[in-house]
Design a protein around this ligand. Structure first.
Ligand SMILES: NC(=O)C1=CN([C@@H]2O[C@H](COP(=O)(O)OP(=O)(O)OC[C@H]3O[C@@H](n4cnc5c(N)ncnc54)[C@H](O)[C@@H]3O)[C@@H](O)[C@H]2O)C=CC1
Ligand SMILES: O=C([O-])CC(=O)C(=O)O
Length: 319
């Protein structure tokens, strides 16, 4: 039995992500939770001739049933950006949504892998972790911020410049998931870029989300590419934990000490996944002089984002 629960399953990301998960033969049960429309999405997907049994759950009173027995919980619930907004501008609405869903997961499937998509990821992952701590079930190896879209974008944009096969282009992107906290490690590639190419690539990878927000012109942010990236991340988790494949690696935002010396306790790094989640979190790579500056900027912003998530849970506990 491999149950995957999608929380926010009726949304712009939730629907195509659920479709891709329904197509994953390792999934035997797909639980679709949202505050609207999941019966229809579930009925539609349930006709696809793949193993996963699809069930829709709607409203808070059905959250527990959606989560019970889940091996993986994916959370794309919450509001997306409109032009002119930062991801942090979503905090006031999404923090409460994520906290509520994390509480459900801590109660009903405390051992599940939790993959957080809802923005601002830099803060929502600490929120989930703090909620799990409050319930005495926190395991840093099992809670992930999904930054896979940054890695997907980096491979696409880099291969456009290098001309290399996009499928075999792999660019580690570490740090966090917003603007200056997104740190692509272009120095790890064998291609040597001009300074102008490098700067343009870093800018495009860091602000790829804004490119989509602008193009959608008020109709939301990346959904289809995010669904692809989310499905890739869940597939990696299942390959490592269900198939017990060795050498499954993804960059993901976790609670880790890789950047603890610089005062941050959450950081996206290259992670080897195993049966229990994080098997090995790779240390920081050796940075070029340019990347050292980007790293310093990332750290400064991450500190603020992380603390905001931690404070939110502490404050709501004190109420
Ligand atoms: N991590 C990443 O790389 C990315 C993250 N995102 C983020 O993903 C989130 C979702 O984006 P979209 O799917 O485009 O938004 P959307 O508005 O299309 O869908 C969000 C869904 O969440 C549902 N929802 C709201 N409150 C809920 C609750 N309490 N419980 C369960 N479901 C609830 C809504 O009913 C809706 O169906 C946003 O916060 C966005 O910023 C978007 C793209 C990339
Ligand atoms: O830009 C946004 O708001 C959505 C997102 O996280 C991304 O596309 O990377």
């Amino acid at each position: 039995m491999v149950k995957v629960a999608v929380l926010g399953a009726a949304g712009g990301i939730g629907q195509p992500l659920s479709l891709l998960l329904k197509a994953n033969p390792l999934v035997t049960e797909l639980a679709l939770f949202d505050i609207v429309n999941t019966p229809g999405v579930a009925a539609d997907l349930s006709h696809i001739n793949t193993p996963a049994k699809v069930t829709g759950y709607i409203g808070d009173e059905q959250l527990g049933d959606a989560l019970k027995g889940a091996h993986v919980v994916v959370i794309p619930a919450g509001v997306p950006r409109k032009p002119g907004m930062t991801r942090d501008d979503l905090f006031n609405i999404n923090a409460g949504i994520v906290k509520n869903l994390a509480t459900g997961a801590a109660k009903h499937c405390p051992k599940a892998f939790v993959a957080v998509i809802s923005n601002p990821v830099n803060s929502t992952v600490p929120i989930v972790a703090e909620v799990f701590k409050q319930h005495g079930v926190f395991d840093p190896k099992r809670i992930f911020g999904v930054t896979t879209l940054d890695i997907v974008r980096a491979a696409t944009f880099v291969s456009e410049i290098t001309g290399a096969d996009v499928a075999s282009t792999n660019v580690p992107v570490i740090g966090g998931h917003s603007g200056a906290t997104i740190l692509p490690i272009l120095s790890s590639l064998s291609h040597s870029f001009t300074d102008a190419q490098r700067d343009a690539l870093v800018q495009r990878i860091q602000y790829g989300g804004d490119e989509v927000v602008k193009a959608k012109n008020g109709a939301g942010s990346a959904t289809l590419s995010m669904a692809y990236a989310g499905a890739r991340f869940v597939s990696a988790l299942l390959d490592a934990s269900v198939l017990k494949k060795a050498g499954v690696k993804e960059c993901t935002y976790i609670k880790t000490d890789v950047a603890a010396a610089d005062g941050v306790e959450y950081f996206s790094t290259v992670v080897e996944l195993g049966v229990d989640g994080v098997a090995v979190a790779h240390p920081l790579p050796s940075f070029s002089e340019h990347e050292k500056k980007l790293y310093a900027a990332a750290i400064a912003e991450l500190k603020v984002n992380i603390q905001k998530g931690i404070d939110f849970v502490a404050k709501s506990a004190a109420l």
